[in-house]
Design a protein around this ligand. Structure first.
Ligand SMILES: Nc1ncnc2c1ncn2[C@@H]1O[C@H](COP(=O)(O)OP(=O)(O)OP(=O)(O)O)[C@@H](O)[C@H]1O
Ligand SMILES: [Mg+2]
Length: 368
């Protein structure tokens, strides 16, 4: 086996195209960054920050922006920023285990420590260190269910009632624009977040983001504007900038395979479908078996409304409408489906729209 030597590769820094890469310069988000920084300012003076809710469709830079602000906060002595990805968390304990680890510098022991003890230790240490805890709950809507979501928010915000003198702040991040409607009364009465909206990027913004990424990731001359425009066309159509980043990486590898120093339109066309499939598989991987079953039902049915779909699905899996609705919201958040509201004579309904070709989804589901 022979790997390309350094002067044969097209990639200056391949990691630049990875989904968790934080770019040095984040364009088109000055307003959001300034708001977050201003809201956190009190914390740098040891007082409670303004709580926030970052809202926006997938790929609008929410995670990137918050992580980049948090990395700046590393140098601020008065605060402890903890970033929590809620996607794989199914308990309040899971969230606080991460907070514990960040504060203490080591993880919880593997034997079950009761929640109250973990919680107490976290708060005690905060008081001792005299620092403000700021928790970012990313993809908060993907916590197991609404009950847990409310519990977690409550635990973080009510800390000062449990232990006097403790100061905490929360940045909730979500694609669900109606998240506040899912808060229960108890949480709604203490969580009045400053809502920070991340609008979708327009075509030119997408082009510029992808262009800068190419500049950082490829050697000069690897991709020209025309090919980059093709990538942007496809990305814009898919609606998620991640498709573009992944396509660029795969097209670069494809060009290398051909032994070429330049990416051609054909490299992009050959890898685009594959990139979509990989992103699709990643999303399906996050789902549990019931959620996959619903996805399968959607993709093997003709266009349908949420009410009709619920009736059909209930025959297979007994569940409340709320539970069903939550799963539907999750599928939409992951961009596996879209839903649009339609007015009926009596009330409103939602029409479910497929975002992928049905065969592609059914095929991908078979792999799990
Ligand atoms: N303004 C930007 N400048 C440079 N890169 C960006 C910008 N916005 C997004 N990106 C890139 O796009 C990708 C998706 O961004 P990010 O993960 O922050 O989106 P998100 O809003 O958190 O999406 P989701 O809701 O799906 O989690 C990342 O690879 C990120 O680097
Ligand atoms: Mg994100």
């Amino acid at each position: 086996m022979k790997f390309l030597s350094w002067d044969e590769t097209l990639f200056r820094s391949p990691e630049v195209f990875d989904p968790d890469y934080i770019p040095e310069k984040i364009n088109f988000r000055d307003k959001q960054i300034n708001s977050i920084v201003a809201n956190l300012k009190p914390a740098t003076m040891k007082s409670r920050p303004v709580n926030m809710l970052c809202l926006g469709t997938p790929g609008t830079g929410k995670t990137t922006v918050v992580k980049s602000v948090f990395s700046e906060l590393k140098n601020v002595d008065e605060v402890i920023p903890v970033y929590v990805n809620c996607q794989l968390i199914n308990s309040n304990q899971g969230v606080f285990a991460r907070i514990f680890e960040k504060i203490y510098g080591y993880g919880l022991p593997s034997y079950g420590v009761p929640f109250s003890k973990v919680y107490g230790s976290v708060m005690k240490k905060l008081l001792e260190l005299d620092k403000v805890l700021i928790v970012a709950l990313d993809d908060i809507n993907l916590l197991l269910d609404d009950r847990l979501m409310n519990e977690v928010i409550y635990s973080i915000l009510k800390a000062h009632e449990e232990v006097e003198g403790v100061k905490t702040g929360l940045i909730a991040i979500t694609t669900d624009l109606k998240l506040t409607a899912r808060l229960d009364e108890r949480v709604g009465s203490i969580f009045h977040p400053d809502e920070i909206y991340f609008p979708p990027y327009d075509y030119d913004e997408m082009f510029e983001i992808l262009r800068q990424r190419c500049e950082a990731g490829f050697y000069p001359g690897v991709i020209d504007d025309e090919v980059l425009r093709l990538v942007t066309d496809l990305t814009f159509e898919s609606g998620d900038i991640r498709t573009g980043l992944y396509t660029l990486k795969m097209a670069g590898i494809e060009a290398e395979k051909r032994g070429s120093k330049r990416i051609k339109a054909a490299d992009v066309e050959n890898t685009y479908e594959g990139s979509r499939k990989i992103l699709l598989r990643k999303c399906i991987g996050i789902l549990n078996s019931i959620e996959r079953e619903l996805l399968e039902l959607i993709y093997s049915s003709a266009e349908t409304t949420s009410g009709e779909l619920y009736r059909k699905f209930k025959e297979k899996e007994k569940m409340s409408y709320t539970k069903f609705y939550n799963i539907l919201a999750k599928l939409e958040n992951l961009r596996l489906i879209d839903t649009v509201f339609k007015s009926l004579e009596k009330g409103r309904t939602r029409v479910i729209i497929k975002r992928f070709e049905p065969e592609m989804v059914i095929q991908a589901l078979k792999e799990f």
